[in-house]
Design a protein around this ligand. Structure first.
Ligand code: GDP
Ligand code: IMO
Ligand code: MG
Length: 427
């Protein structure tokens, strides 16, 4: 079972960091394939808590090689500070590898992200402000700066000139901002070159070679299925492809090499930023989920919007990702409710709809059709086996599995590595 993709099945923050870290000890490579430091992946090891933004969660597993693939957008300042933060805590970061083809987030991308959001006013996306969208836009527009450009001053200068030519006009004339000097950007970027040089290589060649040698490679997604620029709730999405296909393009491996696709699925739903969210709660239950679940953004510190589990979304995630397994997280957070509503379908303008509507307006009008499942009151955080769970918690998991279209192979009952019930092995 050499190649696995692990991705978010909802709107992000499902617990991908914990799940990746759990597998980290048994895999040879952990590869981030898209997104950037918009991600916030929490890993709890013993009494230590780590918040990773750009680095693959495998960096905390000593035998594992962490890889930043070509599909990722890299803010070099953030990368270096994340690396030094981990080194200060005794984590060995020397094995890290970075694709020379990954695109760089520069200060003008972060500026553009912020001014565009301000300009959108009430139509804003609620981005993380980390320059993600503008960097991917430049990549597609073919005016991006890549990691490899850091090592050729002349090319770097030409590329920054090309990128800023148009952007400075926009900044000055449209947004009334000061133009950004080419020399200043080039100088800043060149300042990162020496520190990064040793990490950069042809990660595509390396990963395909590793797969040829039967090494185990885990592709770790950022964000989630419903934030995918093609398959998510556009335009309220991120600018990359967190869905399974993104692992192929974002790491340079063919789809025939992927053996398993694991969707990380929270036992309820959360979302950060703007956009439709049919099961969102605005009452005490929403507040309770937020408080008990600690639902506050790891990257921006924003409160996460909270709601009940949505099986329509889970089914959609199974479909667009070809999921082979689910890892259900945060079941422990649901302890203490007498009964738990689960959204099984939507009602849209008087019609019952069982699949995610492709039409944006329909999705904005979707109202959840709930089925009530009986709750449980026993503390489940110490459960090691499925049979340790109270009968109603077992029934909740089984019901979700049936509605979602793929087996639930693991269940999270707490944030720690060992607070997991493994039902089927992932490897
Ligand atoms: P990611 O972005 O998908 O990696 O998820 P985040 O780290 O942003 O958010 C998930 C939060 O839930 C983190 O604080 C985790 O430590 C925590 N977590 C993960 N799995 C579980 C679980 O099974 N139970 C509980 N109570 N917390 C969990
Ligand atoms: P992890 O990997 C939750 C959301 C933002 C915003 C939208 C676009 O921790 O699950 P962007 O800065 O990417 O252009 O913002 O996407 N978003 C996330 N929400 N978890 C994340 O990452 C997210 N990364 C981006 O809130 O709505
Ligand atoms: Mg997160």
């Amino acid at each position: 079972m050499p190649a696995l993709v692990l991705l978010g099945a909802q709107w992000g923050d499902e617990g991908k960091g914990k799940a990746t870290d759990l597998l980290g000890g048994s895999v040879d490579y952990v590869v981030r394939y898209q997104g950037g430091n918009n991600a916030g992946h929490t890993v709890v090891v013993g009494d230590q808590k780590y918040a990773l933004h750009l680095l693959p969660s495998g960096i905390l597993s000593p035998g594992c090689v962490p890889v930043i693939g070509n599909g990722v957008v890299v803010d070099p300042a953030v990368l270096l500070s994340e690396l030094s933060g981990l080194e200060e805590r005794g984590v060995d970061t020397s094995k890290l590898l970075i694709s020379g083809n990954a695109h760089l987030i520069t200060p003008y991308h972060t500026t553009m992200d912020k001014v565009t959001e301000r300009f959108l006013g009430k139509r804003k996306i609620g981005t993380t402000g980390r320059g993600i969208g503008p960097t991917y836009a430049d990549k597609i527009n073919r005016v991006g700066i890549r990691v490899q450009d850091l090592f050729d001053e002349s090319i770097l200068t030409q590329k920054v000139e090309a990128a800023l030519d148009q952007k400075n006009q926009i900044l000055a004339k449209l947004y009334n901002r000061r133009a950004i000097a080419v020399e200043q950007v080039v100088e800043e970027l060149l300042g990162y070159a020496d520190a990064l040089r040793g990490y950069v290589c042809d990660t595509t060649l390396l990963l395909n070679d590793a797969l040829d040698r039967d090494k185990v490679v885990l592709f770790e997604g950022g964000q989630g299925t419903l934030l995918d620029v093609d398959h998510g709730t556009y335009p309220f999405v991120t600018s990359s492809n967190p869905t399974a296909g993104g692992a192929c393009t974002g790491a340079g491996v063919g789809p025939t090499r992927i053996d398993r696709v694991i969707g990380i699925l929270k036992a309820y739903t959360t979302r950060v930023g703007a956009g439709p969210f049919p099961t969102e709660l605005f009452d005490e239950d929403g507040e309770k989920l937020r408080t008990i679940g600690g639902e506050r953004g790891v990257t921006t510190g924003r409160d996460r919007r909270c709601g009940w589990f949505d099986a329509v979304i889970a089914r959609y995630a199974t479909r667009v990702n070809g999921l082979t397994d689910f890892f259900l997280t945060k079941l422990d957070v649901l302890t203490g409710w007498e009964s738990i509503p689960v959204c099984v379908a939507y009602e849209i303008d008087g019609r019952r709809v069982d699949e995610l509507p492709y039409n944006q307006t329909d999705f904005h009008h979707a109202k959840p059709v709930y089925e009530m499942l009986p709750g449980w009151s026993e503390d489940i955080s110490g459960a090691k086996e499925f049979s340790d769970l109270p009968k109603n918690a077992q029934a909740y998991v089984k019901a979700l599995e049936e509605m979602s279209g793929a087996p639930i192979s693991a269940i999270g009952v707490g944030p720690g590595r060992d607070e997991t019930i493994q039902i089927n092995s992932f490897l």
